[in-house]
Design a protein around this ligand. Structure first.
Ligand code: SF4
Ligand code: SF4
Length: 116
């Protein structure tokens, strides 16, 4: 459930500025889902670390070409002739994307315009 009075404006800010708004650690359920669905295209952007902590094991989004964190999410698409953005993997996007923002404070702290 989104926070009360929140409406996503499709501005894309959260996905264009990952280093400000994003948790890089993925929930293990995301990995399990992508493996089950055969989403190698998504898994290619995930780095697996050697830690035993399952909640800090998988990190996104890491370019498979440079090995670096990307600033803009690779799954973001700008709608033609509009200043609106959509997620190309909406149906299987990471848990923390589905839960973002968790509160008005979280939105304000990370530049989200969903409460404007
Ligand atoms: S996966 Fe989708 S919702 Fe999550 S950061 Fe990328 S474009 Fe945004
Ligand atoms: S920054 Fe907030 S309003 Fe803009 S796309 Fe992301 S969730 Fe929606």
């Amino acid at each position: 459930m989104p926070p009360k009075n929140f409406t996503c404006k499709l501005c894309g800010y959260c996905c264009l500025n990952l280093l400000e708004a994003y948790y890089t650690s993925l929930h293990p359920d995301d990995i399990e889902l992508w493996r089950k669905e055969g989403r190698e295209d998504i898994l290619a952007w995930v780095v697996v670390t050697s830690t035993n902590n399952p909640y800090d094991r998988y990190h996104a989004w890491i370019s498979p070409i440079t090995g670096e964190d990307v600033k803009r999410c690779p799954w973001l698409r700008k709608l033609p002739n509009k200043s609106e953005y959509i997620c190309r993997i909406d149906e299987v996007k990471p848990k923390h994307c589905r839960q973002y923002p968790t509160s008005r404070k979280h939105a304000e702290d990370t530049g989200c315009r969903g409460f404007d």
